[in-house]
Design a protein around this ligand. Structure first.
Ligand code: 8YV
Length: 332
């Protein structure tokens, strides 16, 4: 029989969803969560026509060197800072991501992290479990309110808008900053007002980071930005760790210049800085904002459909639903 295109799946995802690739391709997948060296990724890609990857796999010039057959990479995740898009485009490789399907789940989690941080839920639970609840005290574990406060959203894409709608529902005043201002109709739907970054930092009682990572926003939230925030404010990051200078953040939290932080993402994840681990006023979760069962399944489903289409198969042949570098497809 004629040999079929080969697909590499970098991590264990959902076997039944990944199994749909078998109809068209020879699939090589792994049963174990794997951490790959660059050379190992390159070796897998050299054999492959397509790949399904996660944020754990960094793919750039070195990884695609010698990947003569590679035509498509389906990233499971909306953020794609793990991919060097210019390098993939230059090599004629289509890249796709998984927007939309994770928007509401991720916005829900942003709010969960905000509430846990503002109301000190995990801190209070640690205290209780440690047997320190000897008597009820009127003045212990006092947090800050969401209702009536100002919610700041940095990055007003799909997830940011989902968070804005939730904020309005909680009776918060919603401010946002974004590379570009949203159309008035969209601002109206989200009940959110545009402000410059400086005003966002100064006015927010609760600041959520929901912007895509790029080198331009590396350490955007540094010591100087943190110094503009209210000492009573909380900061929540569900975007990418590199947006925040964690050393400056830990110092601000330790010195009472910021009330609390909720972090789902880290500069060196899965490593978390000891300075952060040592603090009580920070809620730390392991990059799980999109991690509901239904949404994680929907992400893999979209990635699989994208790959099938990008490799010219199935009902959408040649037209993956959510390409990152659509110019590769159209040849423009
Ligand atoms: C994913 C994410 O878990 O979508 C993103 O950008 O960070 C998460 O939803 C991750 O990308 C999986 O690869």
């Amino acid at each position: 029989a004629e040999s079929r295109p080969r697909v590499w799946v970098s991590q264990p995802l959902f076997d039944d969803v990944i199994g749909r690739l078998d109809e068209y391709f020879d699939v090589q997948s792994t049963a174990q969560v794997s951490e790959y060296a660059a050379g190992e990724i390159a070796a897998h890609l050299r054999q492959a026509h397509g790949a399904v990857v996660t944020l754990n796999e960094r793919i750039g010039t070195a990884e695609i060197a010698g990947a003569a057959h590679l035509r498509a990479i389906a990233n499971v995740g909306v953020g794609y800072n793990n991919l060097d898009i210019p390098a993939l485009s230059a090599a004629g490789i289509i890249a796709t991501n998984t927007p939309d399907v994770l928007t509401e789940t991720t916005a829900d989690f942003g709010f969960a992290l905000l509430m846990a941080t503002a109301r000190r839920i995990t801190e209070a639970e640690r205290w209780l479990r440690a047997g320190q609840w000897q008597q009820w005290s009127f003045s212990s574990m006092l947090g800050s309110d969401l209702h009536g406060s100002t919610l700041g959203i940095l990055g007003m894409g799909r997830i940011g808008q989902g968070i804005a709608r939730r904020g309005a529902g909680f009776g918060m005043r919603v401010l946002y900053h974004n590379r570009s201002r949203l159309p008035a109709a969209v601002e109206g739907q989200c009940q959110a007002s545009y402000v410059d970054l400086d005003s966002l930092l100064r006015q927010s009682d609760h600041l959520l980071l929901v912007l895509p990572y790029s080198p331009e926003v590396h350490h955007l939230i540094d010591a100087s930005a943190l110094s503009k925030m209210k000492p009573s404010a909380t900061l929540v990051n569900i975007a990418r760790g590199g947006i925040v200078d964690e050393v400056a953040l830990a110092a601000a939290l330790a010195q009472g210049r910021l009330a609390g932080a909720g972090l789902d993402v880290y500069e060196g994840e899965p490593q978390v800085r000891p300075e952060l681990l040592a603090l009580d006023n920070v809620v730390l979760t392991p990059h799980i904002a999109s991690a509901s069962l239904a949404t994680r399944r929907a992400m893999v489903t979209l990635a699989v459909d994208n790959l099938i289409a990008a490799l010219g198969e199935g009902p959408q042949a040649g037209r993956p639903a959510t390409p990152i570098n659509a110019d590769v497809i159209t040849g423009k």
